[in-house]
Design a protein around this ligand. Structure first.
Ligand code: KQY
Length: 381
């Protein structure tokens, strides 16, 4: 295989007229990976695999889904996944397609391109979650190559779960993650904004300071807040003043209230109740096969649970079911906030036990034929 980087485009997306569309826009499909490693997924990953299969089945009702699976697991995955879901052999270290997959770009009707970020397992050898991660660093390039999509190699460590855009020129980010020295030491906000302008085609930034309490990604925005539409953001929320999440959500709400987007609009905030707090049980922790290659997970640890971590499918939202006390309320809020979309809950505790949610394990492929207006250009917003 050729060295990663050798076939990348020379320019940048913005300079070439490409941008990242909103996730709520039309999709051509969805990519996922298969959970396999027993040091992160309990009971040899079998409960996790069933949960991933249920997510794939839910999304496949609305758009084509393809799942990358290691050669060793391909037959078992094929047997668990519904026949309409495509299964391809694709080596990977863990299964977070949001973070190791490409960030797709639009720009020329009928075509797609992708950004291939550098990946360091959310913090590198010292603070990252597993090692090695060399297979994961190749997933984006392989996925783009499979469909013949051109690739931009971005010169920074970043993950898809750390960025949200409205497709009209606005990016929504959490500073504790995107500016964390464990990704890009010495990175300044100004330099990061300059790079994101180039690689996402955005011109305007809404910075939250923090993500969800104890999120092991250092506060991915995809667990904290996301665009439901341009000018409309949902935010994880708790009314419990004693919960460490309370101050985080309050501060985020204040920042969103003060913000304007690239088109000068105020942001409507939709509050989603936080599940739990939820904790890993003794039984769940005992099902793991600890290894030196993966950060240990222990009974009693609080899980960074959030309903914001959902997937937009064509005509639907596939949302996590995490807590019988709050699942129905979260679904009702999203149903009202996203009229015309079916809201489908899928049990997601097993995904949460691995450290993420439905958004983290999926990567939408935009519909290259959907009509779109170009985002606001620099200085116009
Ligand atoms: O995209 C995400 N939010 C990823 C979560 C990754 C967790 C790794 N254990």
């Amino acid at each position: 295989m050729s060295e990663i980087g050798s076939d990348a485009l020379a320019g940048t997306p913005a300079a070439d007229g490409w941008w990242m569309p909103g996730e709520f826009e039309a999709h051509a499909g969805c990519w996922m990976l298969w959970p396999e490693r027993p040091d992160n997924w309990r009971e040899q990953a079998r409960p996790g695999q069933r949960a991933f299969a249920a997510v794939a089945a839910a999304i496949a009702r609305f758009e084509p889904v393809r799942v990358g699976v290691s050669a060793a697991h391909a037959a078992a995955a094929r047997a668990l996944l519904p026949p309409q879901v495509g299964v391809l052999t694709l080596a990977h270290d863990d299964c977070w397609m949001r973070d190791v997959g490409p960030t797709y770009l639009v720009g020329v009707p009928g075509q797609l391109r992708g950004v291939h970020w550098h990946f360091n397992a959310w913090g590198g050898l010292e603070e990252g979650l597993y090692h090695p991660w060399d297979q994961d660093t190749q997933v984006a390039a392989k996925v783009l190559a499979l469909d013949g999509r051109a690739r931009y190699r971005a010169p920074i460590v970043l993950e898809g779960g750390a960025i949200h855009v409205d497709g009209e020129g606005t990016a929504l980010l959490a500073a504790e993650c995107v500016l964390n020295p464990n990704r890009n030491p010495g990175m300044t906000r100004e330099r990061m904004e300059a790079l994101l302008r180039e690689y996402l085609g955005v011109t305007h930034f809404i910075w939250l300071r923090l993500g969800v309490y104890l999120d092991e990604t250092d506060g991915h925005i995809d667990n904290m807040a996301c665009f439901l539409a341009p000018g409309k953001v949902c935010l994880t929320w708790t009314e419990d003043r004693a919960d460490p999440q309370y101050e985080r959500s309050q501060e985020a709400e204040a920042r969103l209230a003060a913000a304007r987007d690239a088109r000068g609009r105020r942001i409507e905030v939709v509050k989603l109740p936080m599940p739990g707090p939820l904790y890993m049980t003794e039984t769940e922790a005992a099902g793991l096969t600890p290894s030196a290659a993966c950060k240990p997970r222990r009974a009693g640890e609080r899980l960074a649970a959030s309903y914001v971590n959902f997937y937009f499918a064509n005509g639907a939202l596939v949302i996590p079911q995490l807590d019988a006390r709050t699942d129905a309320e979260a679904a009702a809020i999203l149903r009202q906030a996203c009229p015309g979309r079916e809201v489908i809950g899928v049990p997601a505790r097993e995904i949460l036990l691995g450290g993420g949610g439905i958004h983290c394990i999926t990567q939408q492929v935009p519909d290259p034929h959907a009509p779109r207006a170009r985002p606001v250009r620099a200085g116009a917003g």
